[in-house]
Design a protein around this ligand. Structure first.
Ligand code: AMP
Ligand code: MG
Length: 484
């Protein structure tokens, strides 16, 4: 007898068949829950209260598919580092969609759940380390106030996965607004039947963009909305120094959430060209490139939608290009306003952009820590230390003080504003690696400690000190891996 108080729907599986494959996860031998996220379960109303621990474990590992549930893997394509490939959920299965009491719809997906028709050469499984990484960083992103897929649980599968070495296997239960990607539209468009792309567009609008339903030109209205959505998301990333690392079009979700935490990492020392991913040789996905790549990805979405735009080919291309070109302005406006808030500025002055870029230039030249510099500026006490004694910084600081004088809001409000956007703590890469390495040896204390430290990242506290310190030279982790 299984008691799950939340029926899972599969509205996505009402789309044209080519877009998904119905199948269930492949069972694992000895699942064991490593971490479960009760706060998230409560937040969205996934009620496990009448489910035994054993049932919950089997459910979250994919061993138990409740009656009436119809799981599926999604087909998609994508530009990976600029090259087009047909992909799909090779190691993930959407168990179903959960509808909250307020009517919001979420996918419950299991990642590492076994082979699917899209697995290509892969084993459909995931190693423990990368799933712990996704849990830590996605939940930290959420705490930082950044749209993201969430992590409901990590389950140890009890099985070994074979990469370069033998590794413990795991399954991540992921919650997402949806898993529709730019690459899903590329895949639909590849079928050469506009009815498929149109069905996907209708579905996407219903689920994420109801406000454009009445629009006369839905594809163009969608592009405009996606430009706003992604500009907003990337601005958040830039605010906290997040580097996604693998912004392929299949890793850009049209729910507006950060998705697929592979080689991602947070920047310690400020440097616009920072790259962590071991496979990003040319720095395509470097920190400062992220807005350009977002625009590039949206251009691929535009190409997929072209056949749905009324008019001859030249006309539709020109219309789409016009919309795409607006990205720069939309992004710039958001970035400026975000950077102003990092400096406690509520009003806008012409001089602000130079004030901001001069600070960033100084940070770059002096190899300052991105997070700590902004947090130090947010402290009402004067900032001290050798770094800040330099003439360049002092000059900048007095310009900033003069600029703050022009604010109508009082200093206290400026400081409160700064403290709400400049985190005191981020999941620094060396701390993440430390937690994963211990986890792989079955010591989950550093993992849990790090997650707890990231609970309220805009607050201060003694317990945060070890997480606030930048890595010592010997602790620096300069490279991250895709984690398949
Ligand atoms: P990612 O780098 O996680 O975005 O994955 C890129 C593509 O490779 C996706 O289509 C994945 O489903 C697929 N993939 C990654 N790892 C595996 C695996 N172990 N088995 C099968 N497919 C995989
Ligand atoms: Mg992916």
């Amino acid at each position: 007898m299984t008691n799950f108080n939340f029926p899972l729907e599969s509205t996505y599986a009402e789309l044209p068949d080519v877009l998904f494959s119905k199948l269930s996860p492949t069972p694992v031998s000895q699942p064991e829950i490593i971490i479960f996220n009760p706060k998230l379960a409560d937040e969205i109303g996934l009620n496990f209260s009448e489910t035994s621990e054993e049932q919950r474990t089997h459910f979250l590992s994919g061993n138990l598919v409740p009656q009436g549930t119809a799981p599926f893997a999604q087909a998609y394509a994508g530009h990976q580092f600029g090259n087009f490939t047909v992909l799909g959920d090779g190691r993930a299965i959407v168990l179903g969609e959960h509808r909250t009491s307020s009517g919001r719809r979420f996918d419950l997906q299991l990642k590492g759940s076994g082979r699917t028709p899209y697995s290509r050469g892969g084993d459909g499984r995931a190693a423990l380390g990368p799933m712990l990484r996704e849990y830590i960083i996605s939940e930290a992103m959420h705490a930082l106030g950044i749209p993201t897929t969430r992590s409901l649980a990590v389950v140890n599968s009890g099985e070994t996965v074979y990469r370069e070495t033998e590794l413990p296997g795991a399954i991540l239960a992921r919650i997402a607004g949806s898993h529709i990607r730019v690459g899903t539209f590329e895949f639909a468009s590849l079928q050469g039947d506009t009815a498929i792309t149109q069905a996907l567009l209708d579905y996407l609008i219903d689920r994420h963009f109801p406000e454009i339903k009445e629009s006369e030109n839905q594809p163009l209205a969608l592009l405009e909305a996606v430009i706003e959505q992604q500009a907003k998301l990337i601005t958040h990333w830039m605010r906290v120094g997040f580097i996604h690392g693998v912004m392929n079009t299949d890793n850009m979700a049209l729910s507006g959430e950060t998705i697929d935490y592979g080689p991602c990492a947070f920047m310690d020392t400020f440097a616009p060209d920072t790259v962590f991913s071991s496979i990003d040789h040319k720095g395509r996905y470097a920190y400062a490139n992220q807005p350009y790549i977002a625009q590039w990805n949206i251009a691929r979405l535009a190409e997929s939608l072209l056949p749905l735009i009324e008019g001859n080919k030249e006309e539709t291309i020109a219309m789409a290009e016009d919309v795409l070109n607006s990205f720069e302005q939309v992004y710039k406006k958001r970035w400026l306003s975000m950077m102003r808030s990092k400096l406690g500025l509520a009003s806008a002055e012409k001089e602000d952009e130079k004030l901001i870029t001069d600070l960033l230039d100084w940070m770059h030249a002096s190899q300052s820590d991105y997070t700590n510099t902004f947090r130090n500026l947010s402290n009402s006490t004067l900032i001290s230390g050798e770094l800040y004694a330099s003439k360049n910084f002092q000059n900048w600081h007095s310009r900033w003080q003069d600029r703050l004088e022009k604010e109508e809001q009082d200093r206290e409000s400026s400081i409160a504003q700064m403290r709400s956007v400049n985190p005191s703590v981020i999941p620094r890469n060396h701390k993440v690696e430390e937690a994963l390495q211990a986890g792989e040896q079955s010591d989950f204390k550093p993992f849990h400690d790090l997650i707890n430290a990231m609970n309220e990242p805009y607050e201060e506290g003694e317990h945060l000190l070890p997480y606030q310190a930048p890595p010592q030279p010997g602790e620096k982790v300069l490279q991250t891996f895709c984690g398949t």
